[in-house]
Write a protein that binds this ligand. Structure first.
Ligand code: NCD
Ligand code: ZN
Length: 346
């Protein structure tokens, strides 16, 4: 019997955390073995705020790439309360930034310098709307009185909907959508709104996170939700709707920081990302929609060309190693130690 295989236009990752220094060098090979480009999240400490910060970070990424890799990092600007519209315009016009990221202050890992009230960045958003520069949002309110399972839905109501009414031509990506409400909101939008979907939000629910012992390696922000939310995400991602595209939110934390009394938020999927998405699409009977989701919808939204190379996946069982080594430790891979059924063929 011949093996089933699938050839796709080379995909991109529209939401990726690389960190810096030795960790970055350790995780980069996992991403650039498959993806041609990635949107690089700016939540370093201190964050990537200026064009100069982004160019310097980009240069460090390029210097850390494996020798044979061809990979293009697409840099983003971390918005703070005092972000300067002129600096952002200069960064965008010069190509240092392709987008800006809104972290509500306190919403997630390294978001302390984020925006405390969206009104503080209205001047920036107005400029971005005029420039056609995408705004990427971590779509959760950070209000400690709001239940963590309700934070995405409330962000839509309190922040996103009013912002879109105020800046109707602003291009916005809701990053790592996690709820049926977010899916419905994106689908109802007439234009200028899209969403990234992670592999882990397509694969696990809060029952997996908490139902049979606490599983710190499944903990991320936004936290994984109920089964009905997961089903809505699968339906959206596999539907062929061009507003949904691949963004892993692969976020490496050393194992000791995850398996701790206060475990940090972030799931590391880069080591098998495309393989995991293929599994989800196959289960949904939608393998033919994978290329649009992984390789076409993202560049279309960002106004960038699609990749010309291809990658192939083969349907054969393989052992996915449990960890990727980091300097002084390891990062646990999502579904690491398990048998996966799709493998990228090289
Ligand atoms: C991300 C990280 O670790 O940087 N963590 C996460 O849980 N997703 C930050 C983010 O994207 O929210
Ligand atoms: Zn992220």
């Amino acid at each position: 019997m011949t093996e089933q295989s699938l050839t796709l236009r080379q995909p991109d990752d529209w939401h990726l955390h690389l960190r810096d220094d030795g960790v970055m060098a350790a995780v980069l090979p996992d991403t650039c073995r498959v993806f041609a480009r990635a949107i690089i999240m700016p939540n370093l400490t201190p964050p990537v705020r200026t064009a100069a910060d982004a160019l310097a970070y980009r240069a460090r990424i390029m210097a850390a790439l494996p020798q044979t890799a061809t990979f293009e990092p697409l840099m983003t600007c971390y918005l703070t309360d005092t972000a300067d519209p002129d600096e952002i315009e200069r960064g965008y016009a010069s190509g240092a930034f392709v987008a800006a990221k809104l972290y509500p202050a306190g919403a997630t890992t390294n978001s302390d310098a984020g925006v405390t009230d969206i009104a503080h960045v209205h001047g920036v958003l107005e400029r971005m709307e005029r420039l056609g520069m995408p705004l990427l949002v971590h779509g959760e309110v950070a209000d400690p009185d709001v239940d963590i399972f309700d934070r995405e839905a409330l962000f839509i109501e309190r922040v996103l909907a009013p912002t879109r009414r105020r800046f109707p031509a602003l291009k916005i990506v809701m990053e790592h959508v996690s709820t049926a409400e977010a899916v419905a909101y994106v689908k109802a939008a007439e234009s200028h709104l899209a969403a990234t979907v992670t592999a882990h939000h397509l694969m696990v629910t809060r029952n997996d996170l908490l139902g049979s012992g606490i599983r710190p390696h499944l903990f991320c922000m936004p936290v994984v939700k109920r089964s009905s939310d997961r089903q809505a995400l699968i339906a959206a991602a596999t539907s062929g709707d061009s507003r949904f595209f691949l963004g892993t939110d692969s976020a490496p934390h050393p194992l000791r920081d995850k398996e701790a009394a206060i475990g940090r938020a972030g799931v590391y999927t880069a080591a098998a990302a495309l393989e995991l998405y293929a599994e989800v699409f196959e289960e949904a009977g939608a393998l033919s929609a994978l290329e649009g989701f992984a390789s076409v919808n993202g560049p279309r939204f960002y106004g960038l060309p699609v990749n010309q190379k291809t990658v192939s996946l083969v349907r054969r069982d393989w052992h996915h190693p449990e960890t990727t080594p980091l300097p002084g430790g390891v990062v646990h891979r999502f579904r690491g130690g398990e048998t996966l059924r799709w493998q990228v063929s090289v």
